[in-house]
Write a protein that binds this ligand. Structure first.
Ligand SMILES: Cc1ncc(COP(=O)(O)O)c(C=O)c1O
Length: 360
């Protein structure tokens, strides 16, 4: 029997790099300052009426997602959203088909749930676009769930509605579901497509305000699905948390009311950093870069040498961190986070260039 997964190597690694001066390893926006949110002490309370959903938060999320509140399960970040959604949709021995490269925590969670993990490729040479044929050819009668991220972590590639519909049709034919983690989708800004939840009942969506809006500490996450599944998620959630942290539920309502301003702040930072990344990295012959049009991260390939050497060198001599591609399944790549202040991002990328120049 395969030993049950009880940890995430990626998460352990990620939590050790927060003290680096130039942290290019993070996937979300820098923290949105509390002082810019119009929160007054009298708006907060320690405990409230949060039983199977705090009504003002359910209503604010319903407006944000253009969906009925009975199709929303509010939870702690996309992490717990993914965990609970996957636990409701697949059990021990069921197959879960997950994109590769992909977010390690999704793979680890599937393993923890006792599912059999199978992978389908998102090829760098196809700019990480999904070929639905790769999914169809890996489906079996035991496949209960197909998991994709949109935008894709680690490449930020956008999956079109047409492709998602094709994946939905493949799932429907087998009685499976499609979990789309949309935590980065709003970073497509002006062209953000509607959530895949609107494409059919086989779609289950997870999301949060943590990445694109720099509100990680609020832990405002959610699942969108048909009401019967949402009810099962609320009930399973009883095994994890009695009631949610109410003060952050109230702050999340305020954040959702001011999301336009936060979105403009986030877009300004990402536009500038994306331009800087292109200016400094595109001319380099030692990197192969897919420059995503949207998103908070990019995933360059190191053409020669080892990413581990580059990573150690950056850390020890340049006080700078990147996320090694081995965590996502492509060890000759590394992930670069675009969400830092433009000044620190530029300095971090210049240090990356200096480290590349000094590699053998
Ligand atoms: C695809 C994906 N889903 C979920 C998460 C976790 O998000 P949260 O902080 O909302 O729990 C991450 C974090 O990096 C991620 O990349």
């Amino acid at each position: 029997m395969t030993p049950r997964v009880m940890e995430s190597r990626y998460m352990q690694w990620a939590k050790q790099h927060v003290h680096v001066s130039y942290n290019l390893a993070t996937s979300g926006l820098m923290s949105y300052p509390l002082s810019r949110l119009p929160v007054r002490l009298e708006d907060l309370e320690i405990t409230g009426n949060s039983f199977y959903g705090y009504l003002p938060l359910q209503e604010a999320l319903a407006r944000h997602c253009s969906i009925g509140a009975d199709r929303i399960f509010a939870t702690l970040g996309t992490s717990l959203a993914n965990h609970i959604a996957m636990a409701v949709l697949a059990g021990p021995g069921d197959e879960i088909l997950i994109e590769d490269p992909g977010y390690e925590l999704i793979v680890a969670t599937a393993g923890y749930l006792g599912a059999v993990v199978r992978r389908f490729p998102r090829r760098p040479e196809a700019n990480y676009q999904i070929d639905p044929g790769d999914i169809a050819s890996r489906m079996s009668p035991r496949t209960k769930l197909i998991v994709v991220t949109n935008l894709h972590n680690p490449s930020s590639a956008l999956t079109s509605e047409e492709t998602l519909k094709e994946i939905g049709a493949i799932a429907r034919r087998s009685g499976a579901r499609v979990l789309v983690d949309e935590v980065y989708l709003d970073a497509a800004f002006d062209i953000t497509p509607r959530s895949a939840v609107h494409l059919g009942e086989e779609f289950v969506i997870t999301n949060s305000l943590t990445k694109v809006y720099g509100l990680s500490g609020l832990r405002c996450g959610w699942v969108l699905a048909e009401p019967s599944l949402i009810r099962r998620m609320w009930l399973l959630n009883d095994l994890f948390e009695n009631i949610p942290p109410h003060a952050t539920e109230r702050m999340s309502v305020i954040a959702l009311e001011h999301l336009d301003a936060i979105r403009a702040w986030s877009k300004g930072i990402l536009d500038e950093n994306r331009k800087c990344a292109k200016e400094l990295l595109a001319p380099r012959e030692d990197l192969e870069c897919f420059f995503p049009v949207y998103g908070t991260v990019m995933f360059p390939r190191l053409m020669h040498g080892s990413v581990d050497t580059l990573y150690q060198h950056l850390l020890s001599r340049h006080d700078t961190a990147i996320a090694p591609g081995e965590f996502f399944g492509l060890p000759d790549h590394f992930r670069l986070g675009l969400g830092g202040t433009p000044e620190s991002f530029r300095t971090g990328v210049m240090r990356l260039c200096a480290a590349l120049d000094s590699l053998p």
